[in-house]
Design a protein around this ligand. Structure first.
Ligand SMILES: *Cc1c(COP(=O)(O)O)cnc(C)c1O
Length: 385
């Protein structure tokens, strides 16, 4: 039987191994292990790639969100609109600053924040919105900006899963006051450890974030305010810099796999695209933005059969995972805090019982993705193993 891991980092990194070794030796011999020109060069190319004025390498995607919120003075009692259906860090970063996550629902088709629900949840203490371009698909960036302007909110884009994704030609991370992404190994631009990136095109906000990244220090040993150590290692920057030029080709290969699944499963019994009004046992994710980067290929499995499909695929040695099994308003740490909005996020509740992500990584072999598609068709046709 063919084995298909959910994600295999090996082939991508092996292809660049000789270059990584050279970069590692260069950093080693430079004796510069904190900040410096290697980090700056990487930041400059990231900013150009994303079409923003400033990019700051930081210690993780979570710290990128935290730093952005700190630079916007989000603190005690400030409300931030964010989806309940996302990774923990989106809300965790707000809560750590004493801010208040307000749970907003998501769209059942593109999985991004639902701005109609967000409008219902704006209150007098609401200061910001954090859209999450989930699974690699940008939300409607124009609508987002109009929403934020109408309600006088700041935008922090959680683009941890969407570096390189666009909406009508504009990059995610380029429309908010801040954008934040992650180079966690499973992201589209995956590092060899933890790191992340903060972007902004506002000079004053960039300067503030730069200072907060190093303990609020400016000049050396003079501290205007309390920051933290949010720095990215130059070694990590040097390694990621070698991968950055390949990001478009990695994203393209992911899209190729997604298109393959759609073509292979078109018209099969019980399978449909996850569009408004569609019915089927398996609903395939659609890239409504047309320029998504497929960090995940996430199915909706209806009729209470998600866990059955997970067991079925596992039995066929096909990796799959539930992103995410518990909407954030139900997490113990947040439920206890009693934040508002959690009683009206039915789509988040439903998706957490329906979603299953399957392999879509760029180096997926032809026979592997065929096996995945055949297996989905078999399951939808009623096979049990
Ligand atoms: C990965 C991820 C993060 C956090 O990034 P780290 O680098 O792991 O800290 C934040 N938000 C979302 C949506 C993510 O997927």
């Amino acid at each position: 039987m063919i084995t298909v891991p959910l994600l295999d980092l090996g082939p991508q990194n092996r292809a660049l191994e000789a270059q990584f070794e050279t970069a590692f030796r260069d950093v080693l011999r430079s004796n510069q292990f904190i900040m410096g020109p290697r980090l700056e060069a990487f930041e400059k190319d990231c900013a150009a790639f994303l079409g923003v004025k400033h990019a700051l390498g930081v210690s993780s995607g979570t710290d990128a969100l935290l730093l952005a919120l700190m630079a916007l003075d989000i603190g005690e009692g400030d409300e931030v609109l964010l989806p309940s259906f996302t990774f923990f860090a989106t809300a965790g970063s707000v809560a750590r600053l004493g801010g208040v996550p307000v749970w907003v629902d998501v769209d059942p088709h593109h999985f991004n924040i639902d701005l109609v629900d967000a409008a219902r949840k704006v209150g007098p203490r609401t200061r910001a919105i954090m859209p999450v371009h989930l699974f690699g698909q940008s939300g409607d960036l124009g609508a987002l900006q109009a929403f934020a302007a109408a309600h006088r909110l700041r935008i922090v884009e959680d683009a941890a899963q969407s570096m390189g994704a666009r909406w009508q030609g504009r990059s995610t991370m380029s429309v908010g006051e801040f954008g934040a992404t992650s180079f966690f190994p499973s992201k589209n631009l995956g590092g060899m450890g933890d790191s992340g990136l903060v972007t902004t095109s506002d000079d004053a906000l960039a300067e503030r974030a730069r200072i907060l990244r190093v303990h609020g220090m400016q000049p050396k040993y003079y501290h205007r305010e309390v920051g933290a150590n949010f720095r990215m290692d130059p070694l990590q920057a040097a390694l990621l810099h070698l991968k950055l030029p390949h990001l478009p080709e990695y994203n393209c290969a992911r899209a190729g796999n997604a298109n393959f699944y759609h073509a292979a499963l078109k018209g099969k019994v019980g399978i449909a695209e996850n569009r408004p009004g569609a019915t089927g046992q398996l609903l395939l994710p659609v890239d409504f933005s047309g320029q998504g980067i497929w960090n995940q290929f996430t199915l909706r499995v209806t009729g209470g059969r998600r866990d059955a499909l997970k067991a079925f695929l596992t039995g066929r040695k096909i990796g799959c995972e539930i992103y995410y099994p518990i909407p954030l308003h139900r997490q113990e740490c947040f439920a206890a805090a009693g934040y508002r909005g959690g009683d009206s996020v039915p789509v988040s509740e439903l998706l957490s019982t329906e979603v299953l992500s399957i392999p879509v990584f760029p180096e997926l072999a032809a026979e592997q993705r065929q096996w995945v598609a055949d297996s989905l068709a078999d399951f939808a046709a009623g096979k049990t193993e």
